[in-house]
Ligand binder design. Structure first.
Ligand code: MG
Ligand code: MG
Length: 256
């Protein structure tokens, strides 16, 4: 099944939803520092979201207990914020946040290093995972196929020798947090479902410095690398247009 073409009203709401998300993520990024707990960050996210008139699509999603996922180091995604989870100097901190504004959902993630990087390879992991997202977005336009996006993302990550997590993928987004189709971070050009202008999707490469294999923690949420290698995650919600795309979860320069 294809993700639905959004109408003008829905797109307007998604633009605002994405700007709220980008505003909060940017602020949260500045609060990521050694000594802060992951719950401290979640509390800020919750407060700002309600101040800006949004709701939290993650809260209660399949039972998820908080408004944001915060995953450290070898944790890939879906970490549960906790007051006892303290961020240390050099930690890789992935913030994955969603916003529901007037019924329309956007989804975005970023990975940052708290304080000073421990290893320059960690900075490289962040740099190239983000670059793979940029390259994935760059091929999007009316008529693109899901495999074209996956191939573009994969090509950047393969060149660095990173593991590409396969158990988790990008997705359609808008009315629901996860809509069809799946958008994997690997694939072949000219394969998979066709996408059209007016569709909204989340592209979200998850890369590791080791194996692509992941496992689930006993908390039934936290996904981490099996070999405990470091991991990074970047995500944007984008609107597909006739000639390209609009990144809905990137802060408008005019509003900064
Ligand atoms: Mg997300
Ligand atoms: Mg997502």
């Amino acid at each position: 099944m294809m993700t639905k073409i959004k109408n003008a009203t829905e797109i307007l709401a998604m633009r605002e939803s994405g700007q709220i998300l980008a505003t909060i993520l940017k602020h949260l990024g500045s609060e990521v520092k050694p000594g802060v707990s992951t719950k401290d960050l979640a509390v800020i996210a919750k407060r700002e979201l309600s101040a800006l008139g949004g709701e939290a699509p993650f809260l209660g999603y399949q039972g998820f207990p908080d408004v944001i996922c915060i995953s450290l180091n070898d944790e890939v995604v879906h970490g549960i914020p906790s007051p006892s989870r303290i961020i240390y100097d050099g930690d890789l901190v992935s913030l994955d946040f969603g916003v529901n504004y007037r019924g329309m959902i956007t989804d975005s993630a970023v990975t940052l290093i708290a304080g000073k990087p421990k290893d320059k390879n960690h900075s490289q992991l962040l740099k190239y995972t983000k670059a793979s997202l940029v390259d994935g977005i760059a091929v999007v336009k009316d008529g693109v196929r899901v495999g074209d996006i996956g191939a573009a993302v994969q090509s950047v990550l393969d060149k660095q020798g990173y593991g590409i997590v396969r158990d988790l993928v990008g997705h359609g987004v808008g009315h629901q947090l996860h809509e069809d189709p799946n958008v994997p971070n690997y694939g072949r050009k000219n394969s998979g479902p066709w996408l059209s202008a007016g569709m909204t999707i989340a592209i979200e490469p998850m890369a590791t410095m080791g194996s692509e294999k992941v496992m689930l923690d006993p908390d039934h949420w936290t996904v981490r690398t099996r070999d405990h290698s470091m991991s990074a995650h970047f995500e944007h919600t984008i609107l597909i247009t006739e000639t390209g795309s609009e990144v809905l979860t990137e802060l408008d320069v005019a509003s900064e």
